[in-house]
Design a protein around this ligand. Structure first.
Ligand code: ADP
Ligand code: FRU
Length: 287
């Protein structure tokens, strides 16, 4: 069991389940609707907690009615959020999600009126109690200061960085993290058609992964590129947060001392289980 701190966002996810994805200008009725907590880093922590780790989240919470959805879910999964920054104006970031039952695909429209976590808030945290820090690749200027702070003050503390979206200046952060988790959209935004070509284009002292949906994921470590196929469930039900679950599986395996190859396989296995069910519950039994 490790003590893990995640830095990133929590969202309110309003998920409309539809039988198939609507065409533009169409009007369809949702089969059902859910309002749940989402957000990459908190999704990852919810899965890590079920893998037996002791998880803390640091991010921004707005003092408004919907925040109760986030708090209840974090409490349910025993994620400590006492280090969060509370703001009394704005709205919790909200995602309007269309989940197609035909394909399991999720399409997201995201709205935010919420400040990002500041470096000054982060710098007050006692980091020496943690075994691993996981950062969402956003808010690049402040994040750069956070990662440099960790390198300076806790040089042996392992850090992972999720690089999901191309954001200006994000490349400068790569050398500050031990583990980099890239997404297919990011690799494609850099002009690569395959995860292996993308990973081979980078030199990084640590470990890098690039997940590629139903094709599984690739990993580069010590100059070697490895691949794990996906573990398709009987039926793909919900791919929302598959990447966040993959990241949790990877971190859990690495912090437990598994080899790079086994960590990659475990991450794909856990993400495959998640795709076969709605939401993130019961993933403690997945591996
Ligand atoms: P994201 O959720 O960020 O878009 P991906 O689509 O790359 O991330 O998915 C992350 C991981 O989840 C993949 O590497 C794969 O292991 C698993 N996964 C995604 N889609 C499927 C699927 N349809 N069937 C089985 N596994 C999947
Ligand atoms: C899934 C997710 C959702 C959230 C959105 C934010 O990966 O974290 O829960 O609404 O992405 O970009």
């Amino acid at each position: 069991m490790a003590r893990i701190l995640g830095i990133g966002i929590a969202t309110i996810d309003i998920i409309n389940h539809v039988s198939s994805y609507p065409a533009e200008d169409d009007e369809v009725r949702a089969l059902s609707q859910q309002q749940v907590r989402g957000g990459n880093v908190t999704n990852t922590l919810v899965v890590l907690s079920q893998q037996g780790h002791d998880c803390d989240w640091c991010g921004v919470l707005i003092d408004e009615a919907d925040t109760a959805i986030v708090e209840q879910d974090l409490q349910h999964y025993q994620i400590n959020y006492q280090h969060c920054q509370w703001i009394d104006q704005g709205k919790m970031p909200t995602s309007y999600i269309t989940l197609s039952e035909a394909s399991g695909s999720r399409s997201i429209v995201h709205y935010r009126d919420c400040p990002e976590l500041s470096f000054s808030h982060f710098s007050e945290l006692e980091l020496s109690v943690y075994d691993w820090l996981h950062f969402e690749g956003r808010n690049i200027d402040e994040l750069s200061r956070m990662l440099q702070w960790v390198k300076l003050n806790c040089p042996t503390l392992r850090c992972s960085l999720e690089v999901e979206k191309p954001r200006q200046g994000i490349e400068a952060l790569f050398e500050l993290a031990d583990v980099l988790m890239f997404s297919r959209p990011y690799a494609q935004s850099r002009g690569y058609q395959t995860a292996a070509d993308f990973l081979n284009s980078l030199n990084h002292d640590g470990l890098m992964t690039c997940s590629w949906g139903e094709q599984g994921a690739w990993l580069k470590h010590q100059g070697m590129v490895l691949h794990s196929a996906a573990f398709p469930p009987e039926q793909v039900v919900d791919t929302l947060g598959a990447g966040d679950t993959f990241n949790a599986g990877l971190i859990s395996a690495l912090v437990n001392g598994l080899s790079a190859g086994l960590a990659l396989e475990q991450a794909c296995r856990l993400a495959g289980c998640k795709c076969g069910q709605t939401g993130f519950a019961n993933l403690d039994k997945a591996l």
